[in-house]
Ligand binder design. Structure first.
Ligand code: HEM
Length: 170
């Protein structure tokens, strides 16, 4: 297999894993954790201890690095004329969306999820009282923030997938 085909396979395979994981997390795992209330804290901690954010960020980062290689090849080494062609602009739009998805996912989504997991874990080991109640109450806004930005990440990834699918044929 030549380098180009290898890069295409890695790019598309990792993009598929990233997108599938984001959809499963946003629409199934986080809602289930919320429904489970306090028991959800243990599930959240289990997901975090398996290094979900760091693994997803590595997968997303490698998708983007391989994307840069593919874009470099597609535009004959970032040639301005080819980059400004319709195909170049369509792939470029997808590239910007993909990069924004990683930045928002790694900062706003992962940050809120980590804080929520830490608060849930701490509350689990505390005796009942106002301090614990305040900590438990702090989880819902963090989860809501992770969900809102998570939805934005999914929309950005859909834009990347749609533009990349048509980029060769516009
Ligand atoms: C969310 C992130 C991304 C996703 C989901 C994604 C998805 C895809 C998919 C599914 C294809 C195959 C399209 C086809 O050939 O029919 C593709 C190709 C491609 N991607 Fe991405 N991509 C992402 C990020 C990027 C980034 C950041 C860049 C550039 C910096 C990029 C550049 C390219 C290029 C140039 C191709 C075409 C390769 C060729 O010449 O055949 N991608 N991408």
């Amino acid at each position: 297999m030549n380098l180009f085909l290898l890069m295409r396979v890695v790019h598309i395979l990792l993009a598929a894993i990233w997108f599938g994981a984001a959809v499963a997390m946003m629409f199934f795992v986080i809602p289930a954790i919320k429904d489970a209330k306090q028991a959800g804290g243990a599930v959240m901690a289990g997901v975090m201890s398996r290094k979900y954010p760091a693994i997803m960020q590595s997968i997303a980062g490698t998708t983007i690095l391989t994307g840069f290689y593919l874009y470099w090849r597609f535009t004959g080494g970032f040639d301005p004329v080819l980059s400004a062609s319709m195909g170049g602009r369509v792939f470029g739009t997808g590239a910007v969306s993909g990069i924004l998805a990683l930045i928002i996912g790694a900062t706003l989504v992962a940050g809120s999820m980590k804080k929520a997991a830490a608060a849930m874990a701490k509350a689990g080991s505390m005796p009942d009282g106002p301090e614990k109640a305040a900590l438990v109450a702090s989880v819902a806004p963090l989860q809501a923030r992770a969900e809102m930005f998570g939805r934005i990440v999914i929309v950005l990834m859909v834009i990347a997938i749609v533009t990349m699918s048509i980029g060769h044929y516009v």
